[in-house]
Design a protein around this ligand. Structure first.
Ligand code: GLU
Ligand code: ZN
Length: 314
């Protein structure tokens, strides 16, 4: 049975959306549209200490400015805690998770997507515990996270990057699905949401490749159908590092304030993806006949100040 193709845009309101995010969103939108589908929008706002006031509204404005639309209402993760909780209960019922009392910073940061270089491999310190031990721990007033017991590392074929095999014992280890603060971790929330939102295709930055085998483990543990995945190279500065403040202000809101036309940025991104010969102004909609996932270069896209000047910025 074939399902209606749905992609998704999943901004985190932990900061502003920048040119790098815009490129991924454009690819996700075009891919879904070119298959006769559309995208859903989800605001990943469960990482409470890091959420910036106003950033969610700003992200919606950024997306509209780019000319990207979505089906249905934006889904806010903070309204879905009961769903994440029942997924956790299902994992507990099958002893697929165990309570972990380690107070490392990797637990504290587990709520958001682990982007490159942000994570440590868990040494399995608490893996001798079983689900029932949680009662004792709670009785002792101890706080604990829940970790998923990794027994295998599912390989997968990425629609863009090809065959992927990440050894989870080397990368991350048993991973957190529920934080000790009592809130869901990114890996669990994203799976529950993508499944319920009917997402058939996940397109995101390739720094999240190591998250995909974990999410595949959760899909199968929860009896859910996994989407297909395409991981796209990131946008970097001239020093080859992930786009950041030191490369200048590449926030979409800054481009907007400087009166850059969204079509100019979309044209630049389309050229970077190999769909146009030159960075000429165009709209997302006009790109539909030009879209090809396989035309996107395998290398990271280097965003230079010259390229930004070319679209009337700086
Ligand atoms: N909200 C996540 C981020 O901004 C996206 C995670 C995902 O696409 O799975 O990095
Ligand atoms: Zn532990």
């Amino acid at each position: 049975m074939s399902r209606t193709p749905f992609g998704r845009l999943a901004p985190s309101p932990t900061g502003a959306q920048h040119v790098g995010n815009a490129r991924t969103y454009l690819v996700a939108w075009l891919s879904a549209r070119s298959q006769g589908g559309s995208v859903r929008l989800r605001i990943e706002d469960i990482d409470s200490p890091r959420i910036k006031p106003g950033a969610a509204e700003q992200a919606l404005e950024d997306l509209r400015w780019l000319g990207l639309d979505w089906t249905g209402e934006p889904v806010m993760q903070t309204t879905r805690l009961a769903e994440y909780e029942s997924a956790l209960e299902a994992l507990k019922a099958r002893e697929l998770v165990y309570p972990c009392t380690c107070t490392r910073s990797d637990i504290a940061s587990a709520a958001s997507a682990p982007h490159a270089g942000e994570e440590l491999t868990y040494p399995g310190t608490c893996s001798h515990r079983c689900v029932a031990d949680a009662l004792t721990l709670a009785g002792e007033g101890k706080s604990f996270a829940w970790r998923f017991r990794v027994k295998e590392s599912p390989a997968f074929t990425d629609l863009f990057a090809g065959d992927q095999r990440v050894d989870l014992n080397q990368v991350g280890g048993d991973f957190v699905v529920w934080k000790s603060a009592g809130t869901p971790a990114y890996q669990l929330a994203v799976v529950v949401d993508d499944a319920e939102m009917g997402v058939t295709e996940v397109i995101r930055g390739d720094d999240l490749i190591p998250s995909t085998p974990r999410q595949l483990l959760l899909y199968s543990a929860l009896g859910l159908t996994a989407p297909r995945f395409a991981h796209i190279p990131l946008v970097v500065g001239e020093d080859g590092r992930r786009l950041a403040k030191r490369h200048g202000d590449s926030r979409l809101s800054a481009l907007r304030d400087a009166d850059v036309k969204p079509e100019a940025l979309v044209g630049l991104l389309a050229w970077s993806c190999g769909w146009l010969d030159r960075p000429e102004a165009t709209s997302a909609r006009e790109l539909l006949p030009h879209f090809r996932l396989s035309a996107i270069p395998k290398e990271q896209f280097v965003l230079s100040p010259e390229l930004l000047r070319g679209i009337g910025y700086g």
